[in-house]
Design a protein around this ligand. Structure first.
Ligand code: FAD
Length: 402
């Protein structure tokens, strides 16, 4: 049983089906990907910042898994990561750092401003990630949940609580009626995972973070037009490659706001203004007139984020048969690909052959495990060991990973 048909639940369900398992997916909405995954603008690349070493290792592995997974809808356009504006470009230091992350020259290339101008049309120094891509999350989730003999879907069904029973776990609906039972239940319900986990006595430190992407239209005669990027840029905010719609106009997606603790889905002018400023920063175009970035539309979603900014993926060892895939934050593409492999391996009690080959180790299982928030949890190998009480959530002291 998988609760939630966003990109997380859809990817996990599909992986299990591919491995010959019968899956029932339940969602409160009428179709897949109606919530945070209802957009087409999700970029994916390995994280190349400094610090947060586990995040760096995890995103490299998750990126490789994501690249393998989505086939023809994986839109590889390359992503440029500009250097911080206050730092002089030091090619050998950047290359040394990239190699230390296990990223070779084919995956991550240090470019000075002239090279970046030639290669990407962006006159700033930085790192070029030619394999960087974007994914239409909505289409991906719908494709993953196409009719299949092993897939049973229940739409318009909100699960409000779980209860242990002889067969495993009973799922209750909004009328308080037991709906179905399963020996293994994957909770992939974004923020609602908190209430579902609470119903079985487990506290998760989840918070909403509202985000708004702006879809700008720009006249082809405007000074912005000759600066618009032909690749995606990921820095303070991100943008997709600008698309020429016709002779007169470009369309350019820029985001996004990061409104901590908020879950309002209404679009805001102030978020578009924020994105206009981010657009100037991404293109290092301080003198650009933001009035030329005319809002055509926007996407607003509510990300679900954990206290330490890493996703929560894995078996809830204190409640055998329950698995969590939530807190995907701003990395739905990467973490759903990783969650599918990790959770299916745990559900099927399998070894992590592929994951291990890619460098996934016990400390990374621990970094993602729900048990990391609970006092007395084994810090190392939750996949192998028993875990302690869930009474006292504690946050790890590692640096916050965005
Ligand atoms: C502005 C913005 C920009 C973003 N950009 C990127 C990006 O560039 N790259 C990237 O990788 N990610 C990006 N993300 C993040 C990405 O969109 C999310 O990480 C991802 O969509 C989360 O997927 P999910 O399946 O966990 O949650 P959701 O898509 O929210 O799915 C949860 C599902 O659970 C269902 N549900 C909830 N409660 C219940 C219940 N009680 N019973 C039954 N069903 C229930 C809901 O109906 C929903 O279908 C962005 C997000 C935002 C908001």
């Amino acid at each position: 049983m998988v609760i939630g048909a966003g990109i997380a639940g859809a990817t996990i369900a599909h992986e299990l089906i591919e491995r010959g398992q019968a899956v029932c997916i339940v969602d409160a909405a009428i179709a897949p990907a109606t919530a945070c995954s209802s957009h087409a603008y999700a970029i994916a690349h390995p994280h190349i910042g400094k610090g947060a070493p586990r995040l760096l290792r995890l995103t490299r592995i998750a990126f490789l898994l994501a690249e393998m997974r989505w086939g023809s809808i994986w839109n590889q356009h390359g992503i440029f990561v500009p250097s911080k504006s206050d730092q002089a470009f030091n090619r050998s230091a950047v290359i040394k750092h990239l190699r230390s992350l296990g990223l070779d020259d084919q995956t991550a290339k240090a470019l000075d401003a002239n090279e970046a101008g030639d290669q990407c049309g962006i006159k700033q120094s930085g790192v070029w990630l030619p394999r960087g891509a974007s994914l239409d999350l909505s289409k991906a989730a719908q494709d993953l949940l196409r009719p299949h003999s092993l897939l049973h879907s229940r739409w318009l069904t909100r699960i409000t609580r779980l209860e242990q029973c002889a067969a495993g776990w009973l799922l209750y609906n909004e009328e308080g009626k037991p709906l179905m039972s399963a020996s293994k239940v994957v909770i992939a319900a974004a923020m609602d995972s908190k209430a579902l986990a609470a119903s079985i006595g487990v506290k998760l430190p989840l918070r909403p973070v509202r985000g708004q992407l702006s879809i700008f239209e720009i006249s082809a005669n405007d000074p912005w037009a000759e600066r618009l990027p032909r690749v995606a840029i990921s820095g303070e905010g991100y943008c997709l490659p600008a698309l020429r719609l016709n002779d007169d106009t470009y369309r350019w997606i820029v985001g996004s706001s990061f409104d901590e603790g908020e879950d309002e889905l209404q679009a805001r002018d102030s978020s578009d203004e924020f994105n206009q400023e981010q657009a100037k920063g991404l293109l290092a175009y301080a003198q650009g007139n933001i009035d030329s970035l005319k809002k055509a539309s926007s996407f607003v979603g509510v990300r679900c984020v954990a206290g330490d900014r890493l996703p929560i993926i894995g078996a809830l060892s204190q409640r055998p048969g329950i698995f969590l895939a939530t807190a995907l934050g701003s990395r739905g593409v990467l973490w759903s690909a990783l969650a599918a492999k990790l959770i299916s391996a745990q559900v099927l009690d399998d070894d992590f052959v592929l994951l291990t080959r890619l460098g996934f180790a016990a400390d990374l299982v621990a970094a993602l495990a729900p048990a990391r928030f609970f006092a007395g949890a084994l810090a190392t190998v939750p996949a192998l060991g028993a875990l302690a009480s869930n009474s006292k959530p504690i946050l790890p002291s590692s640096p916050i990973a965005r």
